[in-house]
Design a protein around this ligand. Structure first.
Ligand code: GDP
Ligand code: CA
Length: 315
C-alpha cells in the first residue's frame, strides 16, 4: 500500500491542534489547507491569523493559553505603535511582527501568499506543509444588530459578543484554489476536516469555487473524507461556534455539524460525551468514530490523529 498523503482542512486553534497530531504521524506527508477569509491588513501588513496559528502550532512555539501568537513574545513594538496613534486592539507580538514584516517584503517582491507562507514554514523547520486555501483576497463580514462588521472587528475587538445574524465572504466568487491546493487534493489518499468552526473557518474553504468539486472528485476516486466535530456536548471548547450555529439556524451539536458536512464526508468523529448522537449521525449515511476528541496536550493530539487515520484506512 502506498504511504498515505493526507490533506487536512483547518481554521485556527481547533484545526491546528489536530494538524499537530497528524504531523506527528505523517511529517511531510501532511498538507494543511487553511482558511484565509479571516485575513486582514494591520499597520500596512498582511495578517493571516489561521495560517499563522497553524504555523506556530506545527512549529511548537504557539502561545498555548491564547491560541494565537508566539509563547513568551513581548509587545514593545505594539506599545510604541500606540504612541503613534495606531489602533492596538489587534495585538501582534514582537517576534510575531517579524513574520509579518518578512511576509510583507516577500509579497512586495511579487511572491504569491502561498510562496511567502511556504518560505516562513521552511524557516521555522516545519515537517508538514500549510497552504492558504487561495491566493486571492477573501474577507469574511459578520452581520450583527449593529450592521455588518469586518471579521476581526467582530472576533477580536468586540470579543464575539454581538449575535451573528448573517455571514458574507467578500471576494470568494473570484477566488480559485491554488495550483498547490489542487495538486494536494489530486494526490491525497485521505482528507480530514479538522475541528474548526464549520461556518467561518471550514465554510469559506469549502466555498472557494470548485473546492467542493475537487473533494467530490477525490471521493469519486475512493479517497475517504473524515470530519472531526468542534462541538462537544453542545458547546464549542473555545470561541463562538456554538452560538453562531444556533443563531444561524443550525443545531449546536455534533449532529448539527454532521448535517452541514453530510454530503461531503464518509467518516464523522465525535466525542465520547456525544456517543448518544451516533445513531442519528449514521442515519445521515456517515460512518462514525466515537472517541475522546479533547486535545489538551501533544499526546492527546497524536492519539486522536492516530485514531482518525486508522479509521480511514481501507478495510
Ligand atoms: P479559530 O480560527 O482560532 O477560531 O479556530 P478554529 O475555527 O480552528 O477552531 C475553533 C473551534 O475549535 C471551536 O469550535 C472549538 O470548539 C474547537 N476546538 C478547540 N480545541 C478543540 C479540541 O481540543 N477538540 C475539539 N474537538 N475541538 C476543539
Ligand atoms: Ca480563524
Amino acid at each position: 500500500m502506498p504511504a498515505p498523503l493526507i490533506v487536512a482542512l483547518a481554521g485556527g486553534v481547533g484545526g491546528a491542534k489536530l494538524a499537530e497530531g497528524l504531523q506527528a504521524h505523517l511529517g511531510a506527508r501532511l498538507t494543511v489547507v487553511v482558511n484565509t477569509a479571516d485575513d486582514c491588513d494591520r499597520h500596512g501588513l498582511r495578517v493571516m491569523p489561521d495560517h499563522d496559528t497553524v504555523l506556530y502550532t506545527l512549529a511548537g512555539i504557539e502561545q498555548a493559553a491564547l491560541g494565537w501568537g508566539i509563547e513568551g513574545d513581548t509587545h514593545a513594538v505594539m506599545n510604541q505603535l500606540g504612541v503613534y496613534g495606531e489602533p492596538t486592539w489587534f495585538s501582534l507580538g514582537d517576534r510575531d511582527l517579524a513574520l509579518h514584516i518578512a511576509r510583507a517584503a516577500a509579497l512586495r517582491r511579487g511572491d504569491r501568499p502561498t510562496e511567502a507562507c511556504l518560505a516562513a514554514q521552511r524557516a521555522l523547520g516545519l515537517a508538514a506543509r500549510i497552504l492558504p486555501m487561495t491566493d486571492s483576497p477573501v474577507a469574511t463580514a459578520v452581520e450583527t444588530d449593529d450592521g455588518w462588521l469586518e471579521f476581526q472587528e467582530y472576533f477580536v475587538h468586540r470579543r464575539q459578543e454581538p449575535e451573528v445574524r448573517g455571514l458574507r465572504f467578500d471576494g470568494l466568487e473570484a477566488a480559485r484554489p491554488t495550483p498547490e491546493v489542487a495538486a494536494a487534493l489530486e494526490e491525497a489518499t485521505a482528507i480530514v476536516i479538522g475541528p474548526s468552526n464549520p461556518l467561518v473557518s471550514i465554510g469559506p474553504i469549502l466555498a472557494v469555487p470548485r473546492m467542493r468539486d475537487r473533494l467530490a472528485a477525490a471521493r469519486g476516486r475512493g479517497v475517504p473524507v473524515a470530519a472531526v466535530s468542534p462541538i462537544i456536548g453542545g458547546r464549542a471548547l473555545k470561541g463562538p461556534a456554538d452560538r453562531m450555529l444556533a443563531s444561524l439556524g443550525h443545531e449546536s451539536s455534533a449532529l448539527g455539524v454532521a448535517r452541514l458536512y453530510a454530503d461531503l464526508v464518509d467518516l464523522f468523529v465525535l466525542d465520547d460525551a456525544d456517543a448518544e448522537l451516533a445513531p442519528e449521525i449514521e442515519a445521515l449515511g456517515l460512518r462514525t468514530l466515537v472517541t475522546d476528541t479533547v486535545m489538551g496536550d501533544d499526546a492527546s493530539r497524536a492519539r486522536l490523529a492516530g485514531a482518525v487515520l486508522e479509521a480511514l484506512e481501507p478495510t
